[in-house]
Design a protein around this ligand. Structure first.
Ligand SMILES: Nc1ncnc2c1ncn2[C@@H]1O[C@H](COP(=O)(O)OP(=O)(O)OP(=O)(O)O)[C@@H](O)[C@H]1O
Ligand SMILES: [Mg+2]
Length: 199
């Protein structure tokens, strides 16, 4: 699905990633931990081609469609959540109202709520960020601290959702400080001093 090979990244003299290699296969869930500033988001940005590595290669299978939630996603603040999701999916011609409505409802969001996203709480915004990363049937899903701001019931829903996605043979990489309880990981890594350590 994805092969990360010998990726290094320097920001001027600051070497953030030092020869990182790993791979993920269909139906796997991989966890990447690491302190603040250890390079988790940087690695995600390299995988999604938002930034270039200093060296190394990212190889994706030909059928891969990437969905990603990285740091704090931006939204059109004066539009509703549904309008924002419609806008994002329409960029790829992939908007499906029942998929998006079901995802919103599973996260206790009302698809018919017309309030602008500017009025949304941090957890509610985070949920829209998770939904946009999966709503187009993406099969490689990168989630950067996805449970930040989520209440316990929503975290349970999120774990159910991840298990469903795994059963659909999708590959998921989660970067966060803690492992989710009740979720089985196929591999867990830690970014430390630029190195990716297998735990
Ligand atoms: N555009 C940039 N220019 C210069 N340095 C950067 C840039 N982006 C990230 N860095 C540096 O790269 C390092 C890794 O940052 P990154 O955001 O990847 O860490 P992180 O593991 O995601 O941290 P956190 O847990 O706080 O989200 C930090 O030292 C940061 O200052
Ligand atoms: Mg980060």
């Amino acid at each position: 699905m994805l092969q990360v090979k010998n990726i290094s990244k320097n920001f001027k003299k600051n070497q953030v990633l030092n020869n990182i290699s790993f791979q993920i296969y269909p139906g796997q869930i991989v966890h990447i931990a690491g302190r603040n500033g250890s390079g988790k988001s940087t690695l995600f940005k390299i995988i999604t081609h938002l930034i270039k590595p200093t060296s190394g290669t990212i190889t994706l299978d030909s059928n891969v469609k990437i969905g990603a939630l990285i740091e704090n996603p931006g939204f059109i603040e004066y539009e509703s959540a549904l309008t924002n999701l419609k806008f994002l999916a329409n960029l790829n011609n992939a908007f499906d109202l029942s998929t998006v409505s079901n995802l919103m409802e599973s996260f206790y969001l009302n698809p018919n709520d017309n309030s602008p996203v500017s009025k949304y709480s941090i957890g509610m915004r985070q949920k829209i960020g998770i939904i946009q990363a999966i709503m187009e049937d993406q099969n490689l899903i990168l989630l950067d601290e996805p449970t930040r701001g989520l209440d316990p019931e929503s975290i349970e829903q999120f774990v159910d959702l991840l298990n469903k996605l795994r059963n659909q043979n999708k590959s998921i990489i989660i970067a966060s400080h803690d492992l989710l309880p009740d979720l089985k990981y196929d591999a867990t890594y830690r970014l430390e001093k630029g190195l990716l350590v297998h735990e």
